[in-house]
Design a binder for this molecule. Sequence first.
Ligand code: BGP
Length: 481
Amino acid sequence: MSNTKSFPKGFLWGGATAANQIEGAYNEDGKGLNIADVLPGGGKIRQIVRKDHSFELNIDQEKYHYPNHLAIDFYHRYKEDIALFAEMGFKTYRMSIAWSRIFPNGDELEPNEKGLEFYDNVIDELIKYNIEPVVTLSHYEMPLHLVKEYGGWRSRKVIEFFERYVTVVLDRYKNKVKYWLTFNEINAGLKIPLFSLGFLPLKDEDENKQATFQGLHHQFLASAKAVKLAHEIIPDSIVGCMLISAPVYPYDSNPENVMYALEESQIFNFFCGDVHVRGVYPTYIDKHWKKHNVKLEIEDGDLELLKEGTVDFISFSYYMSRTERVGRTEADGRPGNVIGGAANPFLKASDWGWEIDPTGLRIILNELYDRYQKPLMIVENGLGAYDKVDENGTIQDDYRIDYLRSHISAMADAIEDGVDLIGYTSWGPIDIVSAGTGEMEKRYGFIYVDLDNEGNGTLERKKKKSFDWYKKVIETNGQEL
Ligand code: BGP
């Protein structure tokens, strides 16, 4: 399909992954355990774990399979994989650094040289192909020791450890990496503290809210410090925040539902972005804190730091929109990326029940740009699907092409609307372990990896039909969809 709208020159096309979902080698070369290493795979187990306040955060190989331990073995195969990204013409690759490869426990004084060497190699390999790295500092992979000994981000002490880690990596890659992201989907902490704030949800709702907002406060401070450090160490660096963004639609025109959707949108979609971009806490949050007895501990200098460390651009993940109404229960709705919504009769859903809504992407792009007037980058988007290798050995993933085509077309519309969009990295350009369910068979890639949910397979890489399609999209800068 030919697209009459155009993308800006130098648009950053590429793909995105996270260390814990792609690398494997979970205990090699001095790497310490992180939170993802103790999350079992297998269908719904991970969904249960994330809500279970008493789950033991240990490895029990007899009872569970841990797909992240091997993941797709990018640790040993990065050259082959990056060569395939280069063949598709990637201009950029979003990756994360696993904090516990650099500081195995998180609280050491000296970094692990072996861990740094691995990222030296990966980054050099990208640069060899003129692929611009976009590096996430923290993507759901906090060192386990910090989770167990300090209670994750609830502890203010963790800011100092994060700062040490960030200083090391900024300094190491100062001549190689310009684009940095601080916390992946920081607003996910509001719903799944285990993944992003490093603590198991607390039983009491108000206590859980208190811990969540205090943890987020610490992350906001850590992010602001990281922005300042990046600007000092790498004067031309461009540092962004990273949000889950899903426009919230009211279920109907009942003003009560419209207001409810607005409030949901404020708290889940915009609260974290408002702090990151404007450097102040928004007034609407006071009411929410009052309702849940949240009393934030703010120290002298904190609010100044938030102002000084605002981000240069906003990056976000987009998989779906969300429909809300007053009184909706969790049971009465569709699942989603971290947060679901009421079923929207106008939308179809993926195999995992995530609603497919390309126009929602155009809407959220407009909402974010209207609100912040800063450059935007979509750093996750894609379709998790079951792929089949057919009798000819090919993978005809036309459903993925349809999904991506419609979303890229919505991006072009948003650019015509006046939105400053600078890049797009589709999620999981090569099949990787899913974050939400810990499955291998929820596949997003243009490249198939021969590995199943139980860890069987050769790990062989195979191009899917979408591989050549995306290659063409990049080659024509989005003209040929
Ligand atoms: C986001 C995460 C990613 C990623 C993606 C898809 O929330 O930032 O790490 O995995 O969702 O989710 P899933 O892997 O559960 O399909």
